[in-house]
Structure formats: structure tokens, C-alpha cells
Design a protein around this ligand. Structure first.
Ligand SMILES: [Zn+2]
Length: 249
């Protein structure tokens, strides 16, 4: 007969399915990413209202049967992040954050820290909605924290190839972190600002994400991409859209 599951969840994606249904990608604290179907949700009188939309934080009830998808049987709103929805840049940033979580943590392995991080990110975008303070730097700081949670944090303290602590001039996804001048073959340059941004972002809470010049942020984004490509065989969307970049430069 299957069983009932009650959990908090953030809606990462919501796709139309059939005449009136939706397929949802949910991120939960204890069950990682969960796929679910909400039946009849697109009918005008659906009891779920509009709350099975992306970025809603919900207290959700699911029925787990034999199929791969769980069935949504109830949902209450914990936070709708309503202000976020009124700002195109905040919406774009929220979509990229949810996409990154969904790709990096696509299994049922539990990462409650990632759930909390995502909720904090959405709350921050909600709080700052109309003001363009969460651009590329905020998105990259968030991604660095996701790398840490996934066990993919690049080595920053010493050369990832030989252990040298001085003259760290490049970054190599294959080596798994910064590399020294002697080991820089196959790496790309990582400057002082980019290096400091990465070490600071790991240490700082999300709402105190460091800032760095645009060229340094480009290096940070490249370092994150190289790490993900080499160690998780994964590509993410660009960390921020054109409008968001223009807004912070
Ligand atoms: Zn080295």
C-alpha cells in the first residue's frame, strides 16, 4: 500500500505534466532530491493553490508507492518568499541556486546542511529582492559552499600537486586545487583577489559573502567549473545572468 512521508521541502522545479498535473523536483533535508507528482494541481479549484511553484518552502505530505515518483497528498507553506518573486534578478538568482542544488545533489543521500543553505539563500534573495546586492559574488560564494558540502572543496592551503605553500599561481581542476609555479602546467592563472575570495567565501556566512573585481570572479567561476568537471563530471549554468552581472559592475 506504500507509506506516508512528511517532510519539509523546497520546490526546485515544477513541470507541467499531462492535462492538469505537475511533476516536481523537491529538495528535502532527510531524503535529498525527491521527484513527486501533484495530481490535478493545475485545476482552478486545486487544494494546493499556487504553492507547488518553484522556490516555495513547504511542509509537504507525500505518498510513497512502488513508482519512482512520490505523490503529493498535502502541502502547507512555510515560506513563499513573496518579495523575491517581484524582482527579475532575484528570481533569476533563485533559479540558478535551485538548479545548482538539483544537479549537485541529485540523489536521495541526505544533506540537511544543503537544505538549510538553500533556504538561507532564498531568504537572502527575498530580503534583498529589489536591491541588486546579490550578484555574481553571492552566487559564487553559494556554489563554493555547495562544493564544500559535496566533499568537493578545492585544496587552497598548499599546491594540490606537490604540497608547496609558496608561489601558488594557478588553479588546476585535475589536481584538485591551487598549484605552484613549478606545477602550473595544465592550470590557469588564479590571482590574489580570486584566491582571497575563495578562502573568505568558505569561512564567511552567506549574508557576508566577500566581494572581488569582476576579473577575479571570472577566475573563481572557472575554478569551480574545472573542479566540477573533473571530479563530478558536471556542468552548471553560468553563476549569474547578464543583467545581474551588469547590476553589480
Ligand atoms: Zn607544486
Amino acid at each position: 500500500m506504500g507509506r506516508a512521508v512528511k517532510t519539509e521541502a523546497v520546490v526546485l522545479r515544477s513541470m507541467r505534466y499531462g492535462e492538469a498535473d505537475r511533476i516536481l523536483h523537491l529538495y528535502t533535508p532527510a531524503r535529498g532530491r525527491v521527484g513527486a507528482i501533484a495530481k490535478g494541481v493545475r485545476r482552478a479549484r486545486s487544494r494546493f493553490g499556487g504553492r507547488l511553484e518553484p522556490f516555495f518552502r513547504l511542509r509537504i505530505e507525500l505518498h510513497e508507492g512502488r513508482g519512482e515518483l512520490l505523490t503529493v497528498t498535502g502541502a502547507q507553506t512555510v515560506d513563499a518568499y513573496a518579495r523575491l518573486r517581484e524582482d527579475a534578478r532575484a528570481l533569476d538568482a533563485a533559479a540558478r541556486a535551485c538548479d545548482a542544488v538539483g544537479r549537485l545533489f541529485e540523489t536521495s543521500e541526505p544533506h540537511p546542511g544543503v537544505f538549510n543553505l538553500l533556504c538561507r539563500k532564498l531568504a537572502l534573495l527575498d530580503e534583498r529582492g529589489g536591491r541588486a546586492v546579490d550578484g555574481r559574488s553571492g552566487a559564487l560564494a553559494f556554489r563554493l559552499k555547495l562544493l564544500l558540502a559535496a566533499g568537493l572543496a578545492p585544496q587552497l592551503g598548499a599546491c594540490a600537486a606537490c604540497g608547496e605553500r609558496e608561489h601558488l599561481v594557478g588553479f588546476s581542476g585535475a589536481a584538485g586545487g591551487v598549484v605552484c609555479a613549478a606545477c602550473e602546467a595544465g592550470s590557469f592563472a588564479l590571482g590574489e583577489h580570486a584566491y582571497r575570495f575563495m578562502t573568505d567565501a568558505f569561512g564567511a556566512p552567506l549574508h557576508e559573502a566577500p566581494e572581488a573585481p569582476e576579473a577575479a570572479l571570472a577566475q573563481v567561476e572557472r575554478a569551480i567549473s574545472a573542479t566540477l568537471e573533473h571530479h563530478a563530471n558536471l556542468r552548471l549554468m553560468p553563476a549569474s545572468g547578464r543583467s545581474a552581472r551588469a547590476a553589480v559592475s
